[in-house]
Ligand binder design. Structure first.
Ligand code: AQP
Length: 334
């Protein structure tokens, strides 16, 4: 029997899950769950590289599990767990830290961006974030890692670290591949369309949260920054069109229409109509997610069962890899 390829991915519970997180990652995961063996984690350890309110973090962790389920991730088919419940992540990350260079980490765009936006807290964890991410992936010998474009640089460094380790100790780690969605790989801020949409954006008008209500979504899309040309046309790389390119990306991702089809549909129509239809399409797309999320909110025991069994099953796989790595580097077994 042919064994399925393995997938690992995750999202940090560091804010309100955005349409960017959904289109760039979670929506894609749902499409992959039948053809791959999938592990989807809630990356709480990553999230504390930026200060979090402990109460909020706890709440958001459970909320994110509900979002995974509400988006259609089936807990019977996939392994769902919380990163901090599986100690192997921290254990492997430490070893990999010793096989990662300061120079390569200092080139990471996310580190540079977050050092600017959190200038009062440039901590070592923020710097070594990609090493923990490499551990997350390599622990499970994942073949593929579905991510948005912003995370591709971290996949590259993960591949470099794994290759370096393998060159010294033999074939220990599987070298993973990044996997981008067809549409929505990079959703931009609605207010600053040259910046990516982020859940930690201090301006909530810049992002759409999966849990925003319909009126809020419509208002945010209607006030999205565009240009004065009034032509609904996708022009890759044209900074002046960044706002409209972004809205077209969103519209295309939720309706499945191509850019050409959208351009034809809105020829001569102007931005008002297009924005209004985009808002409707997003609201309709999100509505069932929101409803399922609300339904799940009343079932704490069910959620707890999922993350408990997920952690046990994940640790079983991950601890085998940690033992192998410990042996390779020469730690005394006990
Ligand atoms: N704007 C985006 N467009 C497409 N994909 C995106 N992703 C994030 N933003 C976009 C993808 O979502 C997944 C989870 O991301 P994460 O939570 O691990 O961290 P992130 O990439 O740093 O996401 P945020 O929203 O920007 O979080 P904060 O503000 O906390 O840093 C990843 O697959 C990512 O590619």
């Amino acid at each position: 029997m042919e064994t399925k390829k393995r997938i690992f991915s995750g999202v940090q519970p560091s804010g309100n899950i955005t349409l960017g997180n959904y289109l760039g990652a979670i929506k894609n995961w749902v499409e992959l769950q039948d053809d791959y063996e999938c592990l989807y984690a809630i990356m709480d350890m990553h999230s504390i590289t930026v200060r979090q309110d402990p109460k909020e973090l706890k709440k958001r962790t459970l909320d994110l599990l509900k979002i995974y389920l509400a988006c259609g991730i089936d807990p019977e088919k996939n392994l769902l767990f919380v990163q901090s419940h599986v100690p192997s992540h921290a254990q492997l990350a430490w070893v990999l830290n010793c096989y990662t260079y300061m120079g390569e980490l200092s080139r990471m765009t996310q580190f540079k961006d977050k050092s600017k936006s959190h200038a009062d807290n440039i901590n070592a964890g923020l710097f070594t974030y990609p090493v923990l991410m490499a551990a997350d992936i390599l622990l499970y010998s994942a073949d593929l890692v579905p991510v948005g474009k912003d995370q591709m640089q971290h996949i590259e460094i993960c591949r470099d670290i794994a290759g370096r380790f393998n060159a010294i100790y033999g074939d220990v780690f599987k070298i993973p591949e990044g996997f981008l969605p067809k549409a929505g790989a990079k959703v931009m801020s609605l207010q600053e369309p040259l910046k990516k949409m982020s859940k930690s954006d201090p301006n909530p008008k810049g992002y759409i949260s999966i849990l925003d209500d319909s009126a809020v979504i419509a208002k945010k899309i209607k006030s999205a920054v565009t240009d004065s040309e009034g032509v609904v046309e996708f022009r890759e790389g044209d900074e002046a069109k960044a706002g409209i390119n972004n809205l077209m990306t969103i519209y295309s991702a939720v309706t499945g229409k191509t850019m050409d089809e959208i351009t034809k549909e809105y020829a001569g129509a102007g931005y008002g109509v297009f924005k209004s239809d985009t808002a409707d399409a997003v609201v309709e797309h999100i509505r069932p997610i929101r409803e399922e999320y609300d339904r799940l909110s009343g079932d704490k025991a069910y959620l707890e069962g999922i993350f408990r069994s997920g952690a046990e099953r994940a640790e079983k796989i991950a601890s085998r890899m940690v033992s192998k790595v410990y042996k390779k580097v020469g730690f005394l077994p006990f």
